[in-house]
Write a protein that binds this ligand. Structure first.
Ligand code: NAD
Length: 453
């Protein structure tokens, strides 16, 4: 099938590459000149495992190409996917300017009937708005084309996006008519050989489902974080509790890891947008507000623990940070807990030695001044990061940090204090090695209590 994907970000690029891999002819439209040039040169501008191989292969096969020109992208397309960003506005609502700009362009450009599919995460009613904008433009061009708008929210996860797209848990299709549904079913058939995973519903339900899914996952995280806070006070280990409750099928083992808060390009902005939608309807979203407040608090916990550890004097202290991306497997820094910690540490006069396998460039661009002054150092080696450190903080649980040589780490640090923002380490083992260990919602081991006293 001839396809056009508008926007070559985490979602658009993966969508375009995966559809190309199934034999479709895909043209991807991207307006960011830097991103476009790299893509046309065969270089993936983001970190996403497996994406480079697909891009290389399908640029060569001719199944995938990139352009800045929307007219060129849609020229022969039977289906046009919109996959542009929908960041938060000041008031928390979803900024639809990119989506609506694309709708205007489509209405001004299309010369043939096609299906427009919205993959961006958008509030209920957006497909209707996009349809209206396209129709108005077509009308002003005196064209009576059948252009239909459907919703197909995306559920891929950064870090495993190719796998998620190729083998989705489900594909949601929000269609206003059976012809659109049929076309999308055909397009997705190779990805869901078992058809039970295609869920068709009305357009508004599909739009809402995406927000409800992200809000539910964010709620699970904030719930376990709240339990962790209480565990910390009651001398209970949240890790044991996690195992105790996760084995209940009704609860499940996913998204119940206590930690230093969720970040990323989706949960924070989608919870905000849902709160805004509720407010617009005069509905009080009490749970969503609590989820957001708990997460904001959670992102401050590591700094508070460090401040307490150093009795409020962080000036000149050397703090090593392991993991800067908002989660393992990506270079995405949007809303990352590491940034909240970095801001606070730098403001308090600490010297920070950060380490991340792929996100250092993004951090360097944000903290150019601290980098230039030497207050911030960045690198890829976890061992270099801990040299001379007074404390080590695990922020993002990349595989590289799971089983380090802690004897070596201890030997390199000035003071062996470890703050585990994701509860991945064995507190007793570390205490035995002489570390002062602090997790999230975990009791202080006897050894630590003794050395802290
Ligand atoms: N990132 C994720 O994990 C994820 C997962 C599911 C859903 N989503 C949703 O998908 C949407 C896209 O997210 P993303 O993370 O890929 O965003 P992104 O910011 O990484 O990518 C968006 C891309 O669209 C381009 N763009 C903007 N306007 C354009 C235009 N008029 N024409 C062509 N290109 C244009 C931008 O330059 C950018 O490259 C959002 O609504 C997001 O909420 C994201």
């Amino acid at each position: 099938m001839q396809l056009c994907v508008i926007g070559a970000g985490y979602v658009g690029l993966v969508t375009a590459a995966c559809f190309a891999d199934m034999g479709n002819e895909v043209v991807c439209v991207e307006t960011d000149p830097f991103r476009l040039t790299r893509l046309q040169a065969g270089e993936v501008p983001i970190h996403e495992p497996g994406l480079q191989a697909l891009l290389t292969s399908h640029l060569a096969s001719g199944h995938l190409r990139f352009t800045r020109q929307l007219a060129e992208g849609v020229e022969r397309a039977a289906v046009v996917f919109i996959a542009v960003g929908t960041p938060s506005e000041e008031d928390g609502s979803a900024d639809l300017s990119h989506v609506l700009a694309v709708a205007e362009q489509l209405g001004s450009t299309l010369r043939h009937a096609c299906l427009v599919v919205n993959k961006s995460t958008v509030p209920v009613g957006t497909a209707e708005r996009v349809q209206k904008v396209i129709n108005q433009r077509l009308h002003s061009r005196q064209l009576a084309l059948q252009v239909t708008v459907a919703s197909n929210p995306e559920f891929l996860k950064e870090g495993s996006a190719i796998d998620d797209f190729m083998r989705p848990d489900r594909v949601l299709l929000g269609c206003a008519d059976s012809a659109s549904e049929e076309l999308l079913r055909r397009l997705y058939a190779p990805f869901v050989r078992n058809n039970e995973r295609v869920l068709c519903m009305d357009v508004r339900a599909a739009e809402f489902s995406k927000y409800a899914a992200n809000a539910f996952l964010a709620t699970k995280i904030s719930f376990i974080n709240e339990m962790a806070g209480l565990c910390g006070l009651l001398d209970v280990d949240i890790e044991q509790v996690r195992r105790g409750i996760g084995s209940d099928k009704r609860i499940g083992t996913h998204f119940i890891y206590a930690g230093c808060g969720y970040g990323g390009s989706c949960f924070p902005k989608d919870v905000k947008a849902l709160i805004h939608s509720a407010e617009q309807q005069g509905f009080e979203p009490a749970i969503l507000r609590a989820v957001e407040a708990r997460n904001a608090l959670q992102k401050t916990l590591l700094f508070e623990a460090l401040r307490e550890h150093f009795s409020g004097h962080l000036q000149g202290r050397v703090v090593a940070l392991w993991g800067l991306a908002f989660k393992p497997g990506t270079d995405d820094l949007r809303e990352a807990p590491s940034l909240v910690l970095l801001d606070a540490l730098l403001a308090a006069g600490a010297r920070v030695q950060g380490c991340d396998p792929v996100a250092c460039d993004g951090v360097a661009a944000r903290y150019a001044q601290a980098l230039a002054s030497g207050q911030l150092k960045l690198g890829e080696s976890p061992y270099t990061a801990v040299e001379g450190a007074d404390a080590l903080v695990l922020v993002t649980e990349w595989k590289q940090f799971r089983q380090p040589d802690f004897r070596r780490v201890r030997g390199l640090m000035r003071m062996p204090a470890l703050f585990d923002g994701r509860n991945i380490y064995d507190s007793l083992e570390l205490s035995e090695l002489g570390f002062l260990y602090r997790g999230i919602g975990r009791p202080v081991a006897d050894h630590c209590k003794a050395s802290a006293a």
